[in-house]
Design a protein. Sequence first.
Length: 645
Amino acid sequence: MAFLNLRECVEDLERTGRLLRIDGLEIDPRLELAAVQRRAFRAGSPALLFSRAKDTRFPVLANLFGNMERIRYIFRDGLRALELLLRLRADPLVALKRPRSYLSLPLILRRALPRKVKSGAAVAARCSLSDLPRIVSWPEDGGAYATLPQVYSENPSKPGFFASNLGMYRIQINGGDYEPDREAGLHYQIHRGIGPHHMEALRKGADLFVNVFVGGPPALTVAAVMPLPEGVPEACFAGILAGRPLSWIMPGAGFSALPIPAEADFCICGRVLGANGRTPLKREGPFGDHLGYYSLAHDFPVLRVEAVYHRPNAVWPFTSVGRPPQEDTVFGEFIHELTAPLVPALFPGVREVRAVDAAGVHPLLLAVGSERYVPFAAGAHPAHPEPRLLRGNGGRAPQELLTCALSLLGSTQTSLSKYLLIAAWEDEPALSVRDIPAFLAHMLKRADFSRDLHFITRTTMDTLDYSGISLNQGSKLVWAVAGEEKRRLAGEFPPDFSLPGPFSGARIFAPGIAVCRGPGHKLPQNIQDPLMEVLAGHPGICREDAGSGAGLLPRIALLVVVDDPEFVCRDLDNFLWTAFTRSDPATDIYGAGAFTRCRHWGCAAPLIIDARAKPFHAPVLEEDPEVQRRIDAWGAPGGPLHGLG
């Protein structure tokens, strides 16, 4: 069913048992709603519609996109058309090969074109920011913010849908120094589509008009988080995903300087001031974020609010972000599923790619690429269709993989990746980025740490990642492996393994991977820890001589230093989250026998990652105990949430 608006979607989900209406509980938007939403997601609950939220007259909708089955159901009418288009983008000749499959292409493309109207339900009524559900997700959050906003802007020099951007950026609606009902915080991070629009407005000395939509056709919410290629407007993508053209109220109707989806539940209309090429900033945050920490308070643009519209019977959808997995994990899975066929077309030589949700998405990217630069050097084996790698001289070194890696770091959201691990498909055709333990084992068996580590220092990084040397600045590591196995991975500590005095509690996490406890980190940013150099130089950590051939003995290839080895070794998610969110490659990587030659850094095994919490890191998110006790009571037999987990 192609939903006209969110209300139609809610009614359909309720009719099919995919949504539960909660009428008997008055729930507080401060902490309670978000805590219930997180539990509902973990329990695999249906979507939840709360009709009675304190201090607002609007019902709130939680867990709408809480699992893949539900998200596929919601978009069942648009997915087939979208898959056809994505397949065509991946292989432009597919329409010639299968012409009957593409007879509907003109109709599909017409859905992408917005329908221009003069009015609609979205502007039927007005309210203020303080009338909206002011949902606070975590105890130390600096206020309430819209968690599923669709932030719309246009290029001031090229107005219109085809140069527009629809993104999901944090919109703080109260708290801090914001003037009540007149100002909101606009937190957009680096590499976001609104940035060039804002830059163009400042160049012209003009204000940037911004509309923030909440609710409306569900396709708009998904479009706002899609990493579409530059020049592909999200507003058009949404029509294809929705399975029908979307109606937009045009600026000439007098409601706003920008278009408004006619079926939106809410629209906050405003502008970011830009006179004299300057934009007023105010402190925004702190807020719990999708890495599992608080993003700290920083200066961001102020949105001057001019009007807040809402439709009759409007519903406020929301989510809560925190340490993965959360509801936004499902967005990531959905995006991976949709875009997987596009990977080879967008990134030549790359066969598969995956941002690891458990590691906070941007901190860790896994990829499988091809090594085709000098196939004549590998020889061929008549019994196998793939080249057989020649042995000797240290084996084959990554070449095309480095080109693939730089391509991934040069465009779209993959450019925000901090650790990029890429392996050669030819070495193990069955290797998949979806099997993370097998992928890590493949990397560690083949790594020559004297040549395979490539650092990019003092570069831009994810705004929410505080492991670097300053806000938005840190380093990246490309770790590329190709060729034969160079070591066997130890499933237990070798007899000669030992740690120097300040380090203790060593455990084997996985074959070839050890974890140990380090002393508390007390140094400021942008400084390496001399104690880690002591560890790297200790003879008891099974140092290998790079390229010596002795690596066929069982070895520890990776040693991760943490604060709590028991917690880290409890499961894979804990390991990935700790190792990759609490380390900056250039600052926090060490190694046995480390050297620098012609600006290249390398080492023997083991590679060492300092993943201890640092004084400058953001605080870890923790639930409010009293709120948890109340939710426990609601979930008990006879309680209003019994049976929801």
